[in-house]
Every structure is written in C-alpha cells, then in structure tokens.
Design a protein around this ligand. Structure first.
Ligand SMILES: NC(=O)c1ccc[n+]([C@@H]2O[C@H](COP(=O)([O-])OP(=O)(O)OC[C@H]3O[C@@H](n4cnc5c(N)ncnc54)[C@H](O)[C@@H]3O)[C@@H](O)[C@H]2O)c1
Ligand SMILES: [Zn+2]
Length: 366
C-alpha cells in the first residue's frame, strides 16, 4: 500500500492507495474514529456492488455502520439533496463524535463533503472514492459543493477529509466511459505540471484504461502527489491551485449549457475544455503547434472525444462566453483562464478579455 501525506499549517491527513484495501477498511478506520459509529453515505450503484464486503470488514472491527444509499445524478447535485441528506442524518441523532464516510464517485463525494462541513457546524468525514475521477481528483483537496441554477459548484466549502482510502479494485466494475472521464483529469496533471508524467501517459495511458493494476496505481499515485503538492501550497485557491482548473471554465460552461444531461459527463466536458484551452494557448502564441498536436492526438488515441456534441455544435459564441462568465473564476466581465506555455507548464492568465474570446471562439471550437 502507498501512502501520501498532505501536510501544512492547516491540513494534515493521509491518502492510502492500494489494491483490495476496502476489504480491510474496518481495521484501517479504527484509529481515525472518535466513536465506533460511522454513517456511510454511498452511491446506490456502489452500495449494491460493495456493501457486503464493507460491512463484513466493519463488523469484524466492531464498528457500527449506518448505510445511507443515494441515487447519484449531476442534476441532483444540489442544495435540495443536501437538505434531505442532512435531515436523514439528524433523524439518526448524528453527533460530533460520529464520522461520515463518502463511498462513491465525485458527485457523491462533493455532496457528502459539503453536508459534513455544515451539519452540526462540521463533522469528521472520510473519503472512499470509487471512480477513477474521484480517486485522482475530487476526493483529495477538500473542495466540496453542489450546483446552482446559476452554474456548477457555486455553493460549497473548503473542508478537508480526515483520510482518503483509494482502492483500485473497485475500478474493475467501472464502465469504460467513466474510466476515460477520469483519465481526462489525469492528463491534466501532466499538462500543467509534469512533462515526465505526460510522456509516461503517452506510453502507458492505455494500460490504465485496460485495467492494468500497476499502471492504475502509478497513475493515481502520481496524480494525487501533484494535487497534494498544489493543495498544500494553496488550499483556498488564492493562486497556484487555479492551475487545476485547466479546461474547467470551458468545461463547466459545456456542462451547464447541456443542462447536466448524461450525454456529456464531467471528465468528457473537461477533455473538450482542455482542447479549447490548448487551442487558445496556441492561437495566442504561448504553445507550439507540436505540443498542441501531442495533446489533441493523445485524447484521440485514448478514445476521449474532444469536440462539442451535436446538440451544442451550433451554439453562439455569445451564449457560450456568457456562460463562462458565470464561473467562479470570472471577475468583472473578464476571465481568468488557465493557459499552457508548453506541456508540463501551465499558467494563470488573468483579465482575458471577453471580446477577444468572442472573436477567437469559432477558431477554438472548430
Ligand atoms: N471536489 C473536487 O475537487 C472535484 C474535482 C473534480 C470533479 N469534481 C466533481 O466530480 C463529479 C464527477 O465525479 P465522477 O466522475 O466520479 O462521477 P459520478 O460520481 O457520477 O460517478 C460516475 C458513475 O459511476 C458509477 N460508479 C461509481 N463508482 C462505481 C464503481 N466502482 N463501479 C461501477 N460504477 C460506479 C456512479 O453510479 C455513476 O453512475 C462532478 O460533479 C465534478 O464536478 C469535483
Ligand atoms: Zn474536474
């Protein structure tokens, strides 16, 4: 089992990465609990697949577990779901010595983390992410939240988990499309910070998708290390953490304009967003044509689409850009975008003019 520690003045927790470890969750958890009772809020699909193993392991360690399964949907990642979940937890008389566990993908993890941060003004919580995307990204770093009719993830908190347990075994039941969606965030780390990792992905990325265990562990480990370093340096996104938003201002606009329907899932929107950001970086003269092609061809080779879906194909530049302005990163009609100098080195471009983006929109998206 590999361990990564996240540590600075405010944060201190571990990420455990291994294969088959959720079966020994009970003995791992023991030292993290104040009281031997946990609320396991889980994705319904995950509940049906893994509840038995998890409860056996918890029983063995004499931990009382209350399971609360939830049907997960990006359109239900909202404040109403948080309210229902909070009432449910209160109906069980949850107290501050209890621990909440998020057992599922990123949608579930974001809802549960947010609920844990506000219920009784904050209850300890642990992430056991079950999708590739949540293992490499959303379970680490403490961003929690839900969507609003005004845009994605606009209601939320920074609230760090006490522990993250990543088990690559649970990825065996994950559909290929979901693996690819998580892979988009993995490539993101290579592009923003680590050319060596990007090169490794060019060679070995397909093994991650095909389920090779060593490749999965290495890709997850490398991604979590990069994310941990960035979060340690800038937990509240005052600076460098914004690099993790590469492709996301575009991606969130795509998801919102698509009304969070399932024909585009988060990682797919991010993959399209990364291509747009890369093309813009090229048009602005920051990145070479060679690097631009390397990124786009890798998305194509791995099987991640990076063009807008048919229903958004004819969207006007004005509508798209005004959706981008709703993103948290927009200040006074100009945008903060993450652009790329070369593979392995991204930067924060502040005050990118809306007018300029409108002008280049056709070129970026074609
Ligand atoms: N907080 C953050 O820092 C952060 C970072 C990146 C993304 N996110 C958020 O994460 C969300 C996307 O997360 P996601 O891609 O994990 O999607 P998800 O939570 O919808 O999970 C994807 C699908 O896989 C199913 N599933 C989960 N685990 C499974 C397993 N082991 N086997 C079989 N099926 C399984 C789920 O039921 C769901 O249908 C978005 O809402 C995005 O905004 C948050
Ligand atoms: Zn993301």
């Amino acid at each position: 089992m590999k361990t990564i520690k996240l540590k600075n003045k405010q944060i201190n927790y571990s990420i455990l990465i291994g294969n088959g470890i959720y079966k020994s969750t009970g003995s791992i958890l023991k030292k993290y609990l104040i009281k031997k009772r946990v609320f396991i809020i889980c994705d319904l699909v995950v509940f049906n697949l893994y509840k038995k193993n998890l409860s056996t392991s918890l029983k063995r360690s004499r931990i009382e577990a209350i399971f609360i399964p939830i049907k997960v949907d990006e359109r239900k990642k909202n404040i109403a779901t948080v309210s229902t979940l909070s009432s449910k937890l209160l109906s069980f008389n949850i107290d501050r010595k209890d621990t909440i566990i998020a057992f599922g993908g990123g949608i579930l993890g974001d809802i549960v983390g947010f609920t844990a941060s506000i219920i009784l003004r904050g209850v300890n919580y642990i992430q056991i992410p079950t999708t590739l995307l949540s293992q490499v990204d959303s379970s680490v770093g403490g961003k929690t939240g839900v969507n609003s009719s005004y845009g994605k993830n606009l209601i939320g908190t920074f609230y760090q988990p006490k522990l993250v347990i990543i088990d690559t075994d649970v990825l065996n039941s994950l559909p290929r499309r979901e693996l690819l969606s998580g892979y988009a965030e993995i490539i993101k780390y290579g592009i923003i910070k680590d050319i060596k990792f990007f090169r490794w992905l060019l060679k070995n990325g397909y093994k991650v998708i095909e389920g090779n265990n060593n490749a999965k562990i290495y890709a997850i480990y490398r991604s979590c290390i990069i994310k941990a370093q960035i979060v340690e340096a800038d937990e509240k996104e005052q600076g460098i953490r914004a690099l993790l938003n590469l492709g996301h201002t575009f991606g969130h606009a795509i998801e919102s304009l698509n009304e969070f329907k399932k024909n585009i899932i988060h990682g797919e929107a991010v993959a399209i967003g990364i291509r747009f950001a890369t093309k813009l970086s090229y048009l602005e003269g920051y990145i070479s044509n060679l690097d631009y092609n390397k990124i786009v061809s890798h998305f194509n080779d791995i099987g991640l689409k990076n063009t807008l879906p048919k229903n958004l194909n004819n969207i006007s530049a004005k509508k798209f850009v005004s959706e981008m302005l709703k993103d948290k990163k927009a200040i006074d009609e100009s945008l903060t975008l993450i652009l790329i100098k070369r593979i392995g080195s991204a930067f924060i471009k502040k005050d990118y003019s809306q007018k300029k983006l409108l002008k280049l929109f056709k070129e970026i998206t074609k």
